[in-house]
Design a protein around this ligand. Structure first.
Ligand code: CUA
Length: 360
């Protein structure tokens, strides 16, 4: 029997594969490192996690390139040529040398990546040197809003829907759920963990940058999952202390902290379409022609649902949405916390705005 010419690879082809592979890997790694994959780095944890990502990428790109290049060259090199229709495939007995290589190299890569990952994990979870200085915040997930519980300066609990954090101070979140599984995530801080009914989970972060960052629920938890979003504010430590002190004082202190000019005219349309930066926007779930919000939301169409409603009824539907459920819509979808995320004056402005745009 004639020796199958396809049993041997042309040495020139191997050189070509190596050259193509090296160039493609270099381009792939450069591109991968140049792409801005993540939001701004908001915590000491972010840097370490991003470095780990970059290392993974440096290893992953050449593996991907290797597989693709070998497949493409094999298709070209070993394709069936005219006259080869009747030939059997080449008779191959395996190669011990190859098997040793393709077992050893991936094992080494895995050891390096697992080792580095373990170091990063223990690093980002480590308690700070002076644990007494650490701020502890209890996080409660509930369809479809987060609540945060601090210990006030007087030792009494402070509950809020705005997450305030002091810059450069380690914070430990103890995460709870009051109903189903949620997932507490601040993308800029990189850390996230499930909020599971019946158990307490936790993670820590140390903010490194003042500013406001989205807080997101990252576990599909029901119809309102997409609107389970709030904001974390990282403040200078002194400002944070002042805020916490203010929260501990007896009621009567006026508008919520960080609110700015409470007396300024309230733009109810903007409030409806965008929220106030802390509340969910009505228009993300409700159609209202006057506000230009689209049909097909998960909440009742306000062009029709408002008909015949009094101011008191509209207000009740905002602050206590479970009281009356519009026919055809499921209960427990609308966030129950508008009485906390909106100021009283904002709720009144919304009620007036909706009354004005009520279709008779
Ligand atoms: Cu809570 Cu998704």
């Amino acid at each position: 029997m004639a020796v199958d010419p396809r049993a041997k690879t042309n040495p020139r082809t191997i050189v070509q594969m190596v050259v193509v592979g090296v160039i493609a890997s270099a381009i792939g790694i450069a591109l991968g490192l140049a792409i801005n994959w993540f939001p701004v780095q908001g915590s000491t944890q972010s840097k370490k996690i991003d470095d780990l990502w970059n290392l993974m990428l440096i290893f992953a790109v050449p593996v991907f390139v290797l597989v693709v290049v070998v497949v493409l060259f094999a298709v070209k090199e070993f394709r069936q040529r005219p006259g080869e229709e009747k030939l059997d495939g080449p008779n191959i007995h395996g190669s011990t040398k190859l098997e040793i290589i393709w077992t050893t190299v991936p094992s080494l890569i895995i050891f390096v990546l697992v080792g580095y990952s373990a170091t990063v994990l223990s690093d980002i979870e480590a308690a700070p040197a002076n644990a007494a200085q650490e701020l502890k915040v209890d996080v409660y997930g509930q369809q479809f809003a987060w609540t945060f519980k601090y210990t006030g300066v007087d030792g009494k609990p402070v509950n809020t829907t705005r997450l305030y954090l002091p810059n450069h101070q380690s914070v430990k979140f103890n995460v709870h759920s009051k109903d189903v599984i949620h997932d507490f995530w601040i993308p800029a801080m990189r850390m996230k963990i499930d909020a599971v009914p019946g158990i307490t989970t936790s993670y820590r972060i140390t903010p490194i940058r003042e500013g406001s960052y989205p807080v997101v629920c990252a576990e599909l938890c029901g119809l309102g999952h997409a609107v389970m979003r709030q904001t974390a504010y990282v403040l200078p430590p002194a400002k944070f202390k002042a805020w916490l002190t203010k929260q501990s004082q007896p009621a009567g202190g006026g508008a919520a902290a960080g609110g700015g000019a409470a007396t300024a005219a309230i733009d109810a349309k903007t409030l409806f379409t965008k929220g106030n930066g802390n509340s969910t926007a009505c228009g993300s779930c409700h159609q209202l022609t006057a506000a230009g919000t689209p049909a097909g939301g998960i909440g009742p169409d306000l062009d029709t649902a408002l008909a015949g409603q009094s101011a008191a009824q509209i207000k009740q539907s905002i602050v206590n949405p479970q009281a009356v459920i519009t026919k055809g819509y499921p209960p427990n979808v609308m966030p129950p916390n508008f009485a906390q995320t909106l100021k009283p004056a904002e709720i009144d402005a919304l009620v007036q705005y909706l009354l004005k745009n009520q279709k008779k």
